[in-house]
Ligand binder design. Structure first.
Ligand SMILES: *[C@@H]1O[C@H](CO)[C@@H](O)[C@H](O)[C@H]1NC(C)=O
Ligand SMILES: *[C@@H]1O[C@H](CO)[C@@H](O)[C@H](O)[C@H]1NC(C)=O
Ligand SMILES: *[C@@H]1O[C@H](CO)[C@@H](O)[C@H](O)[C@H]1NC(C)=O
Ligand SMILES: *[C@@H]1O[C@H](CO)[C@@H](O)[C@H](O)[C@H]1NC(C)=O
Ligand SMILES: *[C@@H]1O[C@H](CO)[C@@H](O)[C@H](O)[C@H]1NC(C)=O
Ligand SMILES: *[C@@H]1O[C@H](CO)[C@@H](O)[C@H](O)[C@H]1NC(C)=O
Ligand SMILES: *[C@@H]1O[C@H](CO)[C@@H](O)[C@H](O)[C@H]1NC(C)=O
Length: 765
């Protein structure tokens, strides 16, 4: 044991994982006066800020003694997450009694993908025993309660932070930097989201703090000297006017000792278990599995048709064109131009305008047979569905906008829409609806009611939902709404912009079980007559990013402007997306480099992902783009811990194999946006005395996709089961003792084949 820990210490400097020494890794030490601190591997990371609650129009704080401690009790129990032990502090805040509890959980190990040896985590719970009145703060950026809260001080060891915030799943207000009073800057309040802290030296310890329930009404608040001192608090959002009796709100402190990526995934797995979110809807969503055609911002046909034609004829021409050149698009998206809207673009009636689709949606669906993803916005104060305007349903009207109050409305709307092929309801402008209907900011339950009514109705009608312009709170709310299968994770696509940089937000989205969507992309650079007066120089980069995202792959070219060769690198002949097992995300050292510009991480995008066929059958993918200089990466820095001994080769040269081990890392350089670097990693096999790498289908972005390769059997021979389109040809590569060559397979009438490596043959069925 002594020898082992000595050994680990000496390895830590060049391995990227520190080894857990057990439960002392992470502790929240609580004193009898209710103060606390967070200790990680013996270092104090955080010290508590004064606990406070607003009630009766005042702030009651432990700083000035106005918050009175009534009693301290202990309790314990067990729930879906595991066993817990609680230390409860009952406080009197004016006429309100509020209990602040530290609940330490020992989670059930079956929750985790990664072998987190049951590291405990802490829940901070606020329970309003008799409710509270007149709680609102003067700013919705603040919180009406502060527990947990921490002093923002220089720490004894260097800590960095990553804060998700703002539109598009926390991507547009994302901040990273060093932890400390002058450097800790976040977008807090309504825009705020999860916060991660990580160390610089040991490089594996990560602490994530976020709401664990009541996501729509919980906020993070970065207090500063002008508002009372350098503290960061979590609590109910600042606009909430009263808290009903019995309300419980909780925040999680999750510690992981295997780096930032793995900590987020494990944190998300706990929250998913808690709220009963399963991945069945995301896995089976048609639009996440098949190639689509998109008509939103950035697309050629966004508010634009073919010359002299309407949208209906343009859609029909697209269908004919794709049929002629053999592009297997399987569904279509209609954006904000298809329905009736008001002066403010609020939805008046969610049906097709005759000047857009003169024969109606059902006629068009019958004609194209394309399932539909249909865009929707906030509702107009003039919406024809509202009782106030002669409609049938209760709406709350505020200014130019309206909020549906009945699940019946959503049910009826979505049931009708099935007739014209609706598969996915795309809810855009989630931020504006939330911030401009004032009651959503002052009521503790209304935000959750709005989104769960929409979700319940979608589930009832067999539909799924895409979120767009979501803040982190909307994303977190999807933990309770598993039909939210996909979300936009970067700004709108415009040709030649960096909308493809989704590596960091994809991590947040995926942790919650929501597939990240990069938005539409062009497959040909020059498309005359487009509405952007622009060209897209990075068609391939956009295509590979979309495919590696595991979210929708949506092309958006003009009639006559598609590059079929490029498109087919993402899909099989049925249009099924050949994607990896999880989204590509930025490696941990990329995130550290964002926090510390002088950190030895990559100065640019380096992402990794893999396909996992079980056991040792793990195939890695590394993408590097817009990378300044060079970067050298071990397999564990890529997140490939637990992979078998492997070799790596560039996508464009399967003969150029080299080992990828901790002492023999991969050096990447010259990785631009046009000439990005793409590497594949395969386990080293020995078959009949020869060194063999399964390299897979090298004319696809993901040569070893579980959507193509359905089984791998390795014994004296390697037999591989393939699936795809009827009579599709698959060119499948192996490297034997350094030489690469393909076996050509023709799938049978059932779209299946079995390939034998030793005989170099393939049998289609
Ligand atoms: C809040 O106000 C309601 C209605 O006036 C009252 O019944 C309740 O006792 C108040 N609660 C507290 C904690 O003051
Ligand atoms: C302090 O916080 C307030 C409220 O969030 C904000 O408006 C102000 O700009 C902040 N001041 C500084 C110096 O950051
Ligand atoms: C809002 O409240 C905070 C503390 O609760 C106070 O410091 C600040 O001055 C107030 N701001 C305004 C504009 O009233
Ligand atoms: C709603 O309709 C009224 C009457 O036609 C119009 O004056 C108003 O501008 C409309 N509201 C919006 C937000 O378009
Ligand atoms: C669409 O097809 C369905 C099923 O064949 C049929 O019942 C319906 O009348 C058609 N609708 C239109 C508008 O053509
Ligand atoms: C389009 O872009 C070109 C080159 O950037 C520029 O010269 C031209 O003025 C632009 N045209 C319009 C209509 O914006
Ligand atoms: C189409 O894409 C392929 C694969 O990326 C590329 O080699 C080819 O040059 C592209 N063709 C055109 C016309 O852009």
């Amino acid at each position: 044991m002594c020898l082992r820990s000595w050994l680990y210490v000496s390895l830590v400097s060049w391995l990227c994982v520190t080894i857990s020494e057990g439960n002392q890794d992470f502790a929240v030490n609580v004193n009898s006066d209710g103060t606390y601190n967070v200790v990680i591997q013996g270092d104090v990371w955080l010290k508590s800020a004064p606990t406070f609650f607003r009630a009766d129009g005042q702030v009651f704080s432990s700083a000035d003694g106005s918050l009175k401690l009534v009693k301290n009790t202990q309790s314990s129990g067990e729930d879906v997450i595991g066993q817990w032990e609680a230390n409860n502090f009952l406080y009197q805040a004016g006429s309100s009694q509020i209990e602040a509890s530290f609940v330490q959980y020992t989670p059930d190990p079956s929750i985790f993908t990664y072998n987190n040896p049951s590291l405990p985590f802490m829940l901070f719970k606020q329970r309003y025993i008799n409710g509270a009145n007149n709680t609102a703060s003067n700013s919705s950026a603040f919180t009406i309660s502060g527990f947990p809260g921490f002093l923002i001080q220089e720490s004894t060891i260097p800590l960095g932070y990553l804060s998700y915030a703002g539109l598009m799943s926390g991507s547009l207000g994302l901040m990273a930097g060093g932890w400390g009073p002058s450097s800790f800057k976040i977008n807090d309040g309504i825009e705020g989201g999860p916060l991660a802290l990580f160390d610089r030296v040991k490089t594996a310890n990560t602490l994530i703090i976020s709401p664990a329930s009541r996501f729509m009404s919980s906020s993070i608040w970065r207090q500063n000297s002008s508002t009372g001192g350098d503290n960061v608090y979590w609590g109910t959002m600042g606009g909430v006017e009263n808290v009903p009796l019995g309300v419980e709100t909780s925040f999680v402190l999750f510690y992981g000792n295997q780096g930032i990526n793995k900590a987020f995934v494990s944190w998300g797995q706990i929250l998913q278990r808690w709220h009963g979110r399963t991945d069945q809807y995301t896995k089976s969503d048609f639009t996440i599995n098949y190639l689509g055609y998109w008509m939103d911002n950035g697309a050629y046909y966004y508010y634009r048709t073919e010359k002299g034609k309407n949208d209906q004829d343009t859609v029909l021409d697209l269908k004919t064109y794709m049929g002629q050149i053999g592009v297997p698009v399987r569904y279509i998206q209609y954006d904000e131009w298809w329905y009736y809207w008001d002066n403010d673009h609020g939805v008046v009636t969610w049906t097709a305008q005759p000047k857009i689709f003169p024969n109606g949606m059902e006629w068009l669906y019958n004609k194209t047979q394309y399932p539909v993803v249909a865009h929707s916005m906030y509702w107009s104060s003039n919406t024809t569905y509202a009782k106030a305007n002669g409609g049938e349903y209760d709406f709350l009207i505020d200014g130019h906008k309206a909020l549906p109050l009945e699940e019946r409305f959503w049910n009826d709307l979505l049931a009708e829409s099935r007739d014209w092929g609706l598969f996915v309801y795309e809810q855009d402008y989630l931020n504006e609806e939330f911030e401009q209907i004032r009651k959503l900011l002052s009521d503790i339950d209304l935000g959750r009611q709005w989104l769960t009514q929409m979700g319940n109705a979608a589930a009832k009608n067999g539909l799924t939902i895409q979120y767009c312009m979501s803040y982190p709170r909307h994303m977190l709310q999807s933990l309770e709404i598993p039909v939210v299968t996909q979300a936009r994770v970067s700004h709108d696509n415009r040709p030649n912009t960096d909308n493809w940089k989704i590596g960091v937000t994809s991590l947040f989205s995926w942790s919650l079980g929501v597939a990240p969507f990069k938005d539409n992309f062009w497959t040909t650079s020059v498309q005359p007559g487009n509405g952007y007066n622009s060209t897209e120089p990075h068609t391939s980069l956009n295509a590979v990013v979309a495919t590696l995202s595991t979210g929708p792959v949506g092309i958006s070219d003009m009639v006559g402007g598609m590059n079929r060769t490029l498109i087919m690198k993402s899909v099989n002949t049925d249009g099924l997306i050949l994607k990896p097992s999880r989204p590509a995300t930025s490696i941990d050292n990329r995130i550290r480099r964002m926090a510390w510009p002088d950190f030895e991480g990559p100065d640019g995008e380096v992402w990794s992902t893999y396909s996992d066929f079980g056991g040792k059958n793990k195939y890695g993918i590394v993408l590097a783009a817009d990378l300044q200089g060079s970067y050298t990466m071990t397999p564990c820095m890529a997140g490939f811990q637990g992979f078998p001994t492997s070799m790596v080769f560039p996508a464009n040269n399967p003969n150029k194999i080299q080992p990828l081990t901790d002492p023999q890392p991969l050096t990447m350089s010259g990785c631009t946006m046009t000439d990005f670097c793409l590497f594949y990693v395969s386990p080293v096999l020995t078959i009949n005395g020869k060194q063999v790498l399964i390299q897979g289908e090298l004319d696809k972005w993901v040569p070893m996709s579980p959507q193509r390769v359905t089984n791998i059997n390795i014994a004296d021979d390697i037999t591989i089961s393939l699936s795809g389109g009827v009579h599709e040809t698959v060119s499948f590569w192996f490297n034997v003792d350094g030489e690469s060559s393909p076996v050509t397979c023709t799938l049978g009438a059932a779209g299946l084949a079995t390939l034998s490596f030793t005989s170099g043959t393939c049998r289609g069925t």
